[in-house]
Design a binder for this molecule. Structure first.
Ligand code: COA
Length: 169
């Protein structure tokens, strides 16, 4: 039997809005990563309360996050640094990431800053292509490392090489 047999194609237009991610949203963000990752995001939300970071959520009609991402204002004093950008796997390639990045750039400008920066893994050329389409240019590379929780619950160190990109706002 053909995999497409019996399937129906349709287009649905969904209203979305962008707001701050809140601690009460975290149970609805399991799609974005492991329990370890969500605990890390929870700590970042505490920093958001002090103004060091913004953490944004794109929400659908049920007001549940379908895309999230942070802006750190402490990495560079003259720029906002985008990080932890993630779109629900079922809704990638629909423009939500672009919407999230544009909203983040508005937040950075609202702080009186005129530059956005980010780092993308060299092993993630599709994400890099998106950032280039949105006007980011590469200006350097640096190693990075973080702890990742595997499906078995074990924590492993992930070591990687990133390209640093920036855009004048
Ligand atoms: C990268 C990401 C945030 C982009 O959000 P998005 O909503 O899919 O992006 P848009 O729909 O606005 O743009 C689509 C483009 O994003 C890029 N992209 C990167 N990773 C992608 C993925 N896993 N799925 C779909 N698009 C991806 C591609 O350039 C894609 O264009 P293409 O479909 O022509 O190849 C999202 O795909 C994602 O969460 N990926 C997994 C996590 C990740 O890689 N985060 C970035 C870390 S720096």
């Amino acid at each position: 039997m053909n995999a497409e047999e019996g399937s129906t194609a349709a287009t649905v237009v969904l209203p979305v809005s962008v707001r701050d991610l809140l601690p009460r949203d975290l149970p609805a963000c399991a799609w974005s990563g492991s329990a370890t990752h969500l605990r890390h995001v929870e700590r970042e939300l505490a920093r958001a309360a002090t103004g060091e970071v913004d953490y944004l959520a794109v929400c659908g009609p049920a007001n549940l996050p379908v895309a999230v991402g942070g802006i750190d204002y402490t990495v560079s004093h003259s720029a906002g640094t985008l990080w932890q950008l993630a779109v629900h796997p079922a809704l990638q390639s629909c423009g939500l990431g672009t919407l999230l990045i544009r909203a983040a750039e508005r937040r950075i400008r609202d702080r009186g800053l005129r530059r956005a920066e980010l780092a993308v893994e060299e092993s993630n050329p599709r994400a890099r292509a998106l950032y280039e389409r949105l006007g980011y240019t590469a200006y350097g590379r640096e190693p990075d490392a973080w702890d990742e929780e595997g499906p078995d619950g074990a924590i492993r160190r992930h070591e990687t090489m990133c390209v640093r990109m920036r855009k004048a706002l």
